[in-house]
Design a protein around this ligand. Structure first.
Ligand SMILES: [Zn+2]
Length: 371
């Protein structure tokens, strides 16, 4: 087993000091692989005068050139032929990224997901009804959020799956009637319910129940699992305490049974919220906040561009990606939940102009126009 496998299969989920060397070894191993197999990435590293064997300490991670996610939306970089499984971004900005999983990455991803789900009490033998606040699976849909939501319906045996966005006559439609009818059936039964998906649709559903004057207490053991952000509904976004209050009021599901995850397609590491709803960074990744102008790493507490690092994927050089999210990294102790790993606060999207500048910079590097 290489450094990547050891990192994903063993050890505590949030022990950064104990996994520092292993993480660096896995990054170095992966970087060397990308350097050998992806000519475009090799050109970017050569131009930045960076070679994979320079990854020896934490500061070297900061020096590894981050690739903007927008760059992956425009160019398909590959280091391997074909993949066993692939996901795409939702493409709300018009372009999609595609990420292929090699066999090793799939196994690591599975190990990571099962370990995190077990730690959050989501693996259960109890038959469960699932209400998916997102897309119904369909042949032509490869969105990461849809696949993750569907896969999570196997954590407890599924009695029934109901979808907010159903695929009919060639397009997705929001089936609010179907959701309300399913919640009516669920209320008062013994079988727990899991509502999984976008926070926006959960909010719309709670508003609908309020509008109809319905309070439908869900059976004990019911849970809510949110992910994917508000996307095109950012104008209707409500803050987390309000959403938890709505869920408690309408469905009698307490705040501690509401979990949220953060992830991006180009960086398929799942960040789970802690009891205080903060996204601590697991050992499978490192987060660096960068100054939007200079790309220099910023200290704790300073907002900037979110740079996400992981050695998970071999199929493409996704070691260090610069997202279009603005965020702040906080020291673990400042949360108060007892987890020592730093936590990431996502503040929102940055203006596209800054990101385009970064992506254009990477393109120039690739063509050899900068250096
Ligand atoms: Zn915490």
């Amino acid at each position: 087993m290489g450094a990547r496998g050891t990192l994903f299969f063993r050890g505590a989920l949030y022990d950064h000091p104990g996994t520092e060397k292993l993480f660096l070894a896995a990054m170095r191993e992966n970087c060397a692989f990308q350097y050998r197999n992806c000519p475009e990435y090799r050109a970017i590293l050569d131009r930045a005068c960076f070679s994979p064997d320079q990854l020896r300490g934490r500061e070297d991670l900061y020096r590894l050139p981050p690739i903007p996610t927008l760059f992956f939306k425009r160019h398909r970089l590959r280091s391997m032929r074909g993949g066993l499984f692939h996901t795409t971004s939702s493409g709300t900005s018009g372009r999609q990224s595609r990420v292929d999983f090699d066999l090793g990455a799939l196994l690591c991803d599975l190990a990571m997901s099962l370990r995190a789900c077990a730690a959050h009490g989501l693996i259960s033998p109890r038959p469960t009804r699932y209400v998916i606040l997102g897309y119904q699976p369909h042949r032509g849909n490869h969105m990461g959020v849809m696949k993750s939501a569907f896969l999570s319906t196997f954590l407890a045996p599924a009695v029934r799956r109901t979808y907010a966005l159903t695929f009919r006559e060639g397009e997705y439609r929001l089936d609010m009637e179907g959701l309300v009818a399913e919640l009516r059936r669920c209320a008062g039964q013994r079988c727990p319910v899991r509502l999984i998906g976008f926070p926006s649709y959960l909010h719309f559903l709670m508003q609908e129940l309020e509008h109809r004057g319905l309070r439908l207490p869900m059976p004990p053991g019911s849970k809510v699992l949110l992910g994917g952000g508000w996307k095109q509904f950012y104008r209707q976004q409500v803050d987390k305490p309000q959403l938890y209050a709505e869920v408690l009021d309408r469905l009698s599901i307490p705040e501690e049974a509401v979990h949220e995850v953060f992830s991006v397609v180009e960086h398929p590491i799942i960040y789970w919220d802690c009891p205080r709803h903060h996204f601590h960074v697991p050992v499978f990744s490192r987060v660096v906040i960068r100054d939007p102008e200079t790309l220099e790493p910023l200290p704790y507490g300073r907002p900037g561009l979110v740079d996400l690092m992981t050695p998970l994927l071999k199929s493409a050089p996704l070691l260090s990606i610069l997202t279009d999210d603005l965020g702040v990294l906080h020291p673990g102790e400042s949360c108060g939940c007892g987890c020592g790993a730093p936590w990431l606060e996502v503040l929102g999207r940055v203006g596209m102009s800054e990101i385009k500048t970064c992506a254009a910079g990477a393109e120039e590097y690739q063509r050899g126009e900068r250096g």
